[in-house]
Ligand binder design. Structure first.
Ligand SMILES: Cc1cc2nc3c(=O)[nH]c(=O)nc-3n(C[C@H](O)[C@H](O)[C@H](O)COP(=O)(O)OP(=O)(O)OC[C@H]3O[C@@H](n4cnc5c(N)ncnc54)[C@H](O)[C@@H]3O)c2cc1C
Length: 407
């Protein structure tokens, strides 16, 4: 017989942690819930930080997922600005930096990740920013003024969103990317080219194949971003968006299996049956990709936070989501379902130059992935084609006259 745990501790009060806490009560768990986060903020959603918050359109507090009162009403013990420094699996307790020890029956790791830093001279200068937290957005926001020059290091999702928002606010923007195209790790070539054209049309300068060698302060204020080929870009501030480092150190030190994040199974369980992981820190088997994935997305943080808790409570869980990610840049909403691969046949529907389009990625007559711009409705149908493994003909997908709903 399954006996319910009496204390469930969640480490990391971000999006996955917030959903984990809420779900415990939604599932009727009436034991002790402790949510430990090293930020001073209650759990919040990060996507608006590079968009509406950075644009100054909404207050940073608007991103909160739960506030202190809501957590108190749910009898969730939220420990703010509290860092877990050790996980003792034998004693089944976590130690906080201030010396407190908290015992658990089940533990959920939702420690997310931190912005990767550039290991070059000058990376610690005050004008060099990263963007992961509300506090980062508060520091960066005032810098993105009209006529300021901002250098964005990294042409991935965060970098491109910051570039678009900075441009929207009237700043001059230069994106510096080491690879040969934008979002090379996550996007097929055609989509990279589309993003590049979109940014160029909005006046963003994009330097490809360019590596930063150092940052140097200027006596007149601002800094120079020095490239390895000797070029130098003078700017008021630089924003480094070169990916994420998963916060898996606690798990590693406690002897849990990790490989670029904490390894979990489809029940979100780590190699310790009483410890679960969810969100950006978790590496999960994914049948849609045919391999393990560490998903860095809003959808995954929420759904895996929920799944991990249900699993910890002994519910029947098989977590295997079709990956979904979106981004907003220069008024274009980009969405990706599934995991496009270079081996897929590519079919285009609509006209990328006209702004609304879908790229389908096929294996034989099955859609394996789809991505597009300003095509939310069509992409919702594309998602159903992928999930239902519908057999389709490439010419029907390419023909806007053929309704995807009918397919
Ligand atoms: C600027 C930005 C824009 C984004 N835009 C999009 C988007 O458009 N679409 C999309 O799908 N996704 C987007 N994402 C990704 C999405 O926000 C993340 O995937 C999601 O936040 C992951 O949630 P998480 O709870 O796993 O991790 P996090 O939100 O990182 O939360 C983890 C928390 O744990 C804390 N923590 C870590 N270690 C400890 C410890 N030892 N003790 C206590 N606390 C600890 C951390 O400080 C943090 O507060 C964006 C992310 C960023 C940063």
């Amino acid at each position: 017989m399954h006996t319910e745990p009496t204390t469930i501790v969640i480490i990391g009060a971000g999006q996955a942690g917030g959903w984990a806490a809420r779900t415990l009560r939604d599932e009727g768990f009436d034991g002790r819930v402790v949510l430990i986060g090293d930020e001073s903020h209650p759990p919040y959603e990060r996507p608006p930080l590079s968009k509406a918050v950075l644009a100054g359109e909404v207050a940073p507090e608007s991103v909160h997922l739960l506030d202190a009162a809501a957590m108190a009403a749910m009898s969730v013990e939220w420990l703010a600005s509290a860092r877990v420094v050790n996980l003792d699996r034998t004693a089944k307790q976590v130690m906080l930096a201030d010396g407190r020890a908290i015992g658990y029956d089940k533990l959920i790791l939702c420690t997310g990740g931190r912005a990767r830093e550039l290991d070059v001279p000058g990376a610690g200068l005050p004008g060099v920013h990263t963007l992961r937290t509300i506090d980062d957005a508060r520091r960066l926001g005032p810098v993105l003024q009209r006529d300021a020059h901002v250098a964005v290091v990294g042409g991935g999702w965060i970098g491109l969103e910051v570039a678009a928002t900075a441009r929207q606010r009237g700043a001059e923007v230069t994106v510096i990317e080491t690879m040969g195209r934008l979002c090379e790790r996550s996007l097929p070539e055609a989509m990279s080219a589309h993003l590049h054209a979109m940014h160029a049309a909005k006046g963003v300068e994009v330097l490809l194949g360019a590596a930063v060698a150092s940052f140097a302060p200027r006596t007149t204020g601002g800094l120079d971003v020095v490239l390895s080929d000797g070029r130098s870009i003078t700017c008021d501030a630089a924003v480094v968006g070169i990916g994420l480092v998963p916060n898996d150190e606690l798990a590693r030190a406690a002897g849990l299996d990790c490989e670029g994040g904490v390894l979990v199974d489809a029940q979100c369980r780590t190699t310790d049956p009483d410890i679960f992981a969810a969100g950006d820190v978790a590496v999960t088997p994914n049948s849609w990709a045919g391999r393990r994935l560490r998903l860095e997305s809003w959808q995954n943080a929420q759904e895996q936070g929920i799944a991990a808790v249900r699993s910890a409570l002994g519910r029947d869980v098989h977590y295997d989501p079709l990956p979904w990610f979106w981004s907003d840049q220069h008024g274009t909403n980009v969405q990706i379902y599934g995991v496009p691969s270079p081996t897929h046949e590519v079919v285009v529907r609509g006209d990328p130059a006209a702004g609304s389009f879908v790229f389908f990625y096929l294996e034989g007559e099955r859609v394996m992935a789809a991505l597009g711009g300003n095509a939310a409705r069509e992409l919702r149908f594309a998602r159903r084609l992928i999930e239902k493994r519908t057999q389709v003909r490439a010419q029907d997908l390419a023909d806007p006259g053929v309704s995807l709903a009918k397919l």
